[in-house]
Design a protein. Structure first.
Length: 83
């Protein structure tokens, strides 16, 4: 729970900040309106989580493919112009 410091500034825990970054609407409903999650929101969160996993996997595959392509290019240039 956020608390007010002696200097008058609000202090949030790292967990609350990470919850807000992950899903601001869920944080707002839970913290400000004191509502628990609903089934529709949990379903949408599941869809979002699987989409995030696919994005992370695709990003990793692109990084690997780029690294291999650069390696092959450097190898080709080294063999072609090395002597």
């Amino acid at each position: 729970m956020p608390r007010l410091s002696d200097s008058g500034k609000w202090i949030f825990s790292a967990g609350e900040v990470s919850e807000f970054v992950l899903c601001p609407e869920s944080w707002r409903l839970r913290r400000l309106e004191k509502r628990a999650g609903n089934p529709e929101g949990e379903t949408l969160h599941g869809v979002w989580a699987s989409s995030l996993e696919r994005s992370k996997t695709l990003f990793l595959m692109v990084r690997i493919a780029t690294t291999v392509a650069i390696f092959i290019l450097l190898l080709f240039l080294g063999l072609r112009f090395g002597n």
